[in-house]
Design a binder for this molecule. Structure first.
Ligand SMILES: NC(=O)c1ccc[n+]([C@@H]2O[C@H](COP(=O)([O-])OP(=O)(O)OC[C@H]3O[C@@H](n4cnc5c(N)ncnc54)[C@H](O)[C@@H]3O)[C@@H](O)[C@H]2O)c1
Ligand SMILES: CC(C)[C@@H](O)CC[C@@H](C)[C@H]1CC[C@H]2[C@@H]3[C@H](O)C=C4C[C@@H](O)CC[C@]4(C)[C@H]3CC[C@]12C
Length: 338
């Protein structure tokens, strides 16, 4: 728990607070934000683990709600000093309709912004996504770029489009008055295709830090975009996954993709066709579709220190700690699934 020497007077709201990132943000706030008086956790699906948080000095308020419902959002935001908006629908597999993705990611963000403006909450931290930048539909690589690296962000897929629209809304609102195994995997992606990954604990820490520092440095930080980053190594998506799957007993077969790209594309399009044909009967949402294959095969990594320069961000967890914690998390997930 955080040091209680400082006055506890702040009310934080975390939307999507029971999600993968949201839970880390919630727990990080309780550990790292000494000024917390009340922590509101707003989510469509509340987790049972929230109960264990209610024994500490900070008032933890669980709110079951839907960001697409403006009145529910307004009620949750009212009186909050800081809102960290992580609630979102992460879907690149075609599970949800484009309309649903838009409703949650765009309209939901509009509702959060309007609630902040209407109820006078000055500080809003929004969780965007690398996909707001790319990879674009032309497959242009983004090699160790930073927030200022020029890149033609062109999207057709519902998820990146929704995240780009939502991010734009947030930026435009800045300054508004009145916001396991023993299996084998077969390589499908060239090892040379770098993909950016960041440990969730460092992402959560960055959210907490930016929310705190934003209150003191609004002139510098307001309206800014910050890439999340840490010391995670630059690797292909599959090689990076093996950092965690290897210790769990899995092995990646092949130093080069075992199937030619054209065959993977054919399989991806067949999956997309099958998804379309089966949709009236059942939801068929495999990992491999044209969008995920293009994502996996396009170099997209960042190299920046903007968060360090603007608000002193340093990763809380080293790469070794991040890897150990992730392996441990995977092993607990695997044992609970058995
Ligand atoms: N996981 C990643 O790799 C990644 C990377 C970059 C950005 N993001 C972004 O981070 C945010 C959180 O992602 P995550 O990985 O934790 O996903 P997640 O699915 O684990 O968490 C999202 C949370 O939002 C909640 N939610 C969904 N629809 C809601 C609604 N209508 N009303 C209220 N709550 C709702 C869900 O119940 C869930 O708890 C998202 O905005 C996502 O776009 C995720
Ligand atoms: C079937 C093979 C080709 C397999 O290797 C495909 C992997 C594919 C499922 C992932 C490759 C890249 C991933 C995405 C990327 O890491 C960034 C994302 C942004 C974030 O906001 C949400 C998750 C994701 C879209 C992530 C999803 C899985 C991949 C597409």
């Amino acid at each position: 728990m955080a040091d209680s020497a400082q006055a506890q007077e702040l009310v934080y709201l975390v939307t999507g607070g029971c999600g993968f990132l949201g839970e880390h943000v919630v727990r990080m706030l309780l550990q790292q934000e000494p000024r917390l008086r009340e922590l509101r956790i707003f989510d469509l699906h509340l987790g049972p683990w929230l109960e264990e948080l209610k024994t500490g000095p900070v008032q933890v308020t669980a709110i079951q709600g839907d960001v697409t419902q403006a009145h529910e959002v307004a009620a949750a935001v009212a009186g909050a000093h800081v809102v960290i908006h992580t609630a979102g629908l992460v879907d690149v597999f075609g599970r949800a309709s484009p309309e649903t993705i838009h409703a949650v990611n765009v309209q939901g963000t509009k509702n959060v912004i309007e609630a902040c403006v209407q109820t006078g909450t000055q500080f809003l931290v929004y969780t965007s996504s690398m996909e707001v930048v790319g990879p674009n539909i032309k497959g242009h690589p983004f090699y160790r770029g930073n927030e200022d690296t020029p890149y033609e962000a062109v999207h057709r897929h519902p998820y990146p489009r929704s995240k780009a629209l939502a991010e734009q809304l947030v930026l435009e609102a800045n300054g508004r008055k009145g916001l396991r195994l023993g299996g084998r995997l077969f390589r499908a992606i060239p090892a040379s295709v770098e993909h950016g990954r960041v440990y969730v604990g460092n992402v959560a820490w960055m959210h907490v830090l930016v929310a705190r520092e934003l209150q003191e440095r609004a002139a510098l930080m307001g309206g800014q975009v910050y890439f999340c980053y840490d010391k995670s190594p630059y690797k292909s998506y599959e090689d990076f996954n093996m950092e965690f799957l290897g210790p769990c007993g899995l092995r990646l077969v092949g130093t080069r993709p075992l199937l030619p790209y054209w065959l993977l594309m054919l399989l991806a399009f067949l999956n997309a066709l099958l998804q379309w044909l089966l949709r009236p009967l059942l939801l068929y949402a495999p990992l491999l579709n044209p969008y995920t294959l293009a994502m996996a095969n396009t170099t997209f990594t960042v190299s920046t220190d903007k968060a360090q320069r603007h608000f002193g961000y340093e990763p809380l967890f080293s790469w070794e700690e991040s890897r150990t914690r992730t392996v441990r998390w995977m092993q607990t997930m695997d044992s609970s699934a058995q």
